[in-house]
Design a protein around this ligand. Structure first.
Ligand code: ADP
Ligand code: MG
Length: 396
């Protein structure tokens, strides 16, 4: 049902207005702060186009410029360089000196801390943007009722924010941002203040709502799971620049750099070296690595990454050596710890000569800390980087 609604909306937009337009286009956006004699390049030359109806999630660690970029789109921050248009209309252009005020930009904003007016009831809070935009008063009630219904919050209309839970407050903040049908909805870490369970249920709720109403969204988060689950497209930021962007499956499968791999939750990493046609780690030759080393220069230093769920641990009995079977690589180490990880799954932490590896599978259930073990990984699960660039798997 919901998917059909979305499909209909798409065809309608195309029929009514010719080829689908971009909802937001950012070109060469930079923002430099000078504070107390210190210069911070918060955003550096960002190009980003968001299609109408698309849900784009910007992912990156704290301080990488996510909020600054979002605030530039909202008009709350003035970029140092570049231009921004919303639905084809320029709202900022450094060269042409265009700078449309925030409340004339048709953007809706949702913040981490809800930011509801504490003295206003829910319906007054939601009607507030209509009042500010001087929309005809006789249309307010219907818009407010419609949006509260869409969010399944009609019953809360007469309450004050203090009488709502965190999740309910965030729903009302969302209703208030959607009430005047903005060109783009901007969400700055909207789920970060909620506890883990509520966060997951509100994620699903936000996705349902997006499918049902078909608005355009730019959502920022530091949570890779949230980004991969919610985004039609994920934009990974690094120190003010875009490191990688693409559909979540693509970004997840092929992180472009060690930074991207690390931030997308690929936890296992070790430095290796090409020695005489095989890879060598700190603990010795990696069995089964000839295919990975093929064609590479001797003594080349590489970074090898693997996801924990693709890693298997075997016990090595006295003096037994680990040999690769089939298309896999094998490294030797010692079991350091067994801990309970996400979803109550066991995680096996292996010490590979000072590097800790996480594995989600163990061939032998009764492994003890200190046991000599072999760590095996299918070659197809390996990511190899040279000079910051992904060299395996090869592109295409
Ligand atoms: P994020 O949202 O990814 O955590 P921000 O966009 O808030 O990152 O900040 C990016 C960088 O810009 C940080 O180094 C931050 O300290 C700096 N910054 C943000 N706002 C200001 C400001 N008003 N004045 C000076 N520096 C700022
Ligand atoms: Mg921020």
């Amino acid at each position: 049902m919901e998917l059909m609604t979305n499909a209909n909306t798409d065809t309608m937009t195309q029929k009514d207005s010719g080829p689908p337009t971009d909802s937001a286009t950012l070109t060469g956006i930079s923002k430099t702060f000078v504070a107390k004699g210190r210069t911070v390049h918060a955003v550096k030359d960002v190009d980003l186009s968001i299609r109408s109806g698309e849900y784009v999630v910007i992912l990156g660690p704290s301080g990488c410029g996510k909020s600054t970029l979002l605030r530039c789109v909202a008009g709350l921050e003035t970029p140092t360089e570049g231009s921004i248009s919303l639905q084809g209309r320029p709202v900022y252009d450094a060269q042409q000196r265009i700078n449309v005020k925030p409340n004339a930009r048709q953007v809706g904003m949702v913040f981490q801390n809800y930011a509801l007016w504490p003295h206003m009831t829910v319906e007054k809070n939601v009607a507030y943007p209509l009042r500010m935009r001087k929309q005809p008063k006789n249309t307010w009630d219907k818009r407010v009722t419609d949006v509260l219904e869409a969010l399944e919050c009609e019953a809360l209309a007469k309450r004050l924010p203090a009488e709502l839970s965190g999740g309910q407050q965030q729903r009302i903040a969302l209703a208030r941002a959607l009430v005047y049908e903005p060109a783009i909805l901007l969400l700055d870490e909207p789920l970060s203040n909620l506890d883990a369970l509520l966060r997951v249920s509100l994620r699903i709720e936000l996705m349902r709502l997006h499918r049902a109403l078909g608005y355009t969204a730019l959502h920022i988060t530091h949570d890779q799971e949230e980004a991969l689950e919610m985004g039609d497209r994920v934009v990974l930021m690094r120190a003010g620049s875009i490191e990688q962007m693409g559909p979540p499956e693509q970004v997840y499968a092929r992180p472009v750099s060690p930074y991207a791999a690390h931030f997308l939750g690929v936890r296992n990493q070790t430095s290796v070296e090409v020695i005489d046609g095989v890879l060598r780690s700190k603990t010795g030759v990696i069995s089964g690595s000839a295919a990975l080393a093929r064609g590479r220069v001797n003594n080349q230093k590489l970074e090898l990454f693997v996801r924990g769920r693709d890693t298997d641990v075997f016990r090595l009995d006295d003096d037994q050596k680990a040999y690769a079977q089939g298309d896999s690589i094998v490294m030797e180490g010692n079991l350091a710890q067994v801990v309970l990880g996400e979803g109550g799954r066991r995680q096996y932490i292996v010490d590979l000569g000072g590097t800790q590896w996480f594995a989600q599978h163990a061939h032998d259930q009764d492994l003890r800390p200190g046991d000599p073990v072999a760590v095996t990984v299918p070659v197809k699960s390996v990511l190899l980087y040279h000079n910051e660039k992904l060299i395996f798997p090869a592109s295409g």
